[in-house]
Design a binder for this molecule. Structure first.
Ligand code: PHE
Length: 445
């Protein structure tokens, strides 16, 4: 079977930025920024994206693009058939499965909130009812599973149709839709009293609010938000024709992802500050604080619906990219048809997701080291398998493939200073930063 490819470079940018822009940008980035004191955290985060995230992103796209195969074969093709580095492919596969397991549950929450927003339940209910929306949802196994099933079902349907008719097509519709909604929301909050304070909060650094922990959070989030260490960017990169430079494309992806996160931050904090609320509400910032405030806005129902549709679009273009990793693997490694691969991988991940959903209610007592299934899968991927995978990808690219790969990836236009910087960030800076996250995760997590 000939290998699928993106129709154009723009299709790749749409699909890969669709993968990068997700719950990480709109849900997680604002709340971790709020928990870590605002502007200073944003600066550290930007540094992590530039020095750790982008070099590893470039490395992953390069590996997929030159190997022209799924994660199972990348390291064998680029090194040798019995290369021990092939374990990195397995680790990436494992991370993709773990992340999608719990991501699909949160995707389900978003669909539930979208439905509530569209029907007006979110903006007409009593304050008490709205502030308990998330708790109520978490306590109901049935509702959680229905919404998670719908989210996984949509993901499977798109991936089933393949790279061009499924993933690429979905990204062409969902990404422009997402950007449009984000701009509309930005326009809506630009005239609110909290707009300027929100800008100040995100742009004016107060280093006193920063802790050592904030730096680890920033490194971890740079990974998550750029979809690294899950094989996603290798798999998407493998659908690019071999042989073109990818330096500018990588930079563009980083820019889109960062701009969306910052804009989402401005939208969320403008609303929060317009009603004099505290920014450090944690994970409930989007599911509790915001809905309470949407209620008080003019055209609140419309704003709330636009907001949650935006989040749902973002989550979906990310989840399809995660499912594509095991699907590409199964189609190539065990030669399953796309249909069989998608249905089987989807089913396994769905089952894991159901366990995650139930860990908030019926399976609350299933605990390991004090963590329920959801927290275990989240913790295992974000503290262990992803940092380890990212560390190894950086080392493989920097030390095994070395300067020639850097040159190929950046293309002939890149100056020696840029090449040098990239080489040493994959050889040293990124591995050190990620190594510290891994060490801390293993010793304290
Ligand atoms: N980058 C996505 C987000 O920010 C999450 C993701 C992680 C997607 C890993 C694919 C792989 O929500």
């Amino acid at each position: 079977m000939p290998r699928s490819h993106w129709a154009s470079r723009a299709s790749f940018v749409l699909a890969a930025s669709g993968s990068a822009v997700g719950l990480g940008n709109i849900w997680k980035f604002p709340y971790i920024t709020g928990e870590n004191g605002g502007g200073a955290f944003v600066l550290v985060y930007l540094a992590c994206i530039a020095l750790v995230g982008l070099p590893i992103l470039l490395a992953e796209i390069h590996l997929g693009r030159t190997a022209q195969c799924s994660v199972s074969g990348v390291f064998q093709r680029l090194h040798h058939p019995r290369s021990p580095w092939r374990a990195v492919g397995v680790l990436a596969l494992l991370s993709a499965v773990l992340v999608l397991g719990f991501y699909s549950v949160v995707g389900g929450w978003v669909l539930d909130f979208t439905f509530k927003a569209a029907t007006g339940a979110l903006t007409t209910g009593s304050d008490d009812a709205v502030s308990h929306s998330l708790d109520g949802l978490l306590a109901s196994a049935g509702r959680l599973i229905v919404w998670q099933s719908l989210f996984m079902g949509l993901t499977v349907l798109i991936v089933l149709r393949g790279v061009s008719a499924g993933i690429e097509r979905a990204a062409r519709v969902l990404m422009p839709g997402l950007l449009l909604l984000l701009l509309v929301l930005l326009g809506r909050v630009a005239f609110m009293s909290g707009f300027e304070p929100a800008l100040g909060y995100l742009l004016r650094p107060d280093f006193g609010a920063l802790s050592a922990d904030s730096i680890l959070v920033a490194v971890g989030h740079a990974f998550f938000t750029l979809s690294l260490a899950t094989g996603t960017m290798m798999t998407y990169g493998s659908y690019l024709p071999a042989g073109q430079a990818i330096g500018r494309t990588t930079l563009l992806l980083g820019l889109i992802d960062t701009l969306v996160a910052l804009t989402a931050g401005v939208v969320v904090f403008s609303v929060v500050f317009s009603f004099a609320q505290a920014p450090e509400a944690g994970p409930g910032l989007m599911f509790v604080t915001l809905p309470l405030l949407f209620k008080q806005l003019g055209a609140g129902q419309l704003v709330a619906t636009a907001f949650f549709v935006l989040v749902a679009f973002a989550a979906l273009t990310s989840s399809i990219s995660m499912l594509e990793v095991p699907v590409a693997w199964a189609s190539e490694r065990i030669q399953w048809s796309r249909r069989r691969a998608t249905l089987c991988c989807g089913a396994v991940i769905y089952a894991l997701g159901v366990l995650c959903a139930l860990s908030f209610n019926l399976l609350q007592d299933w605990r390991l080291a004090g963590r329920g299934v959801f927290d275990l899968m989240d913790g295992l991927s974000s503290l262990v398998t992803m940092p380890l995978g990212g560390l190894l990808v950086a080392l493989f690219f920097g030390w095994v493939l070395g300067p020639r790969a850097v040159e190929q990836a950046l293309g002939p236009d890149a100056g020696p200073a840029l090449r040098w910087l990239l080489l040493w960030s994959v050889r040293l800076i990124a591995p050190l930063a990620v190594g510290v996250v891994l060490f801390t995760g293993l010793t304290t997590g």
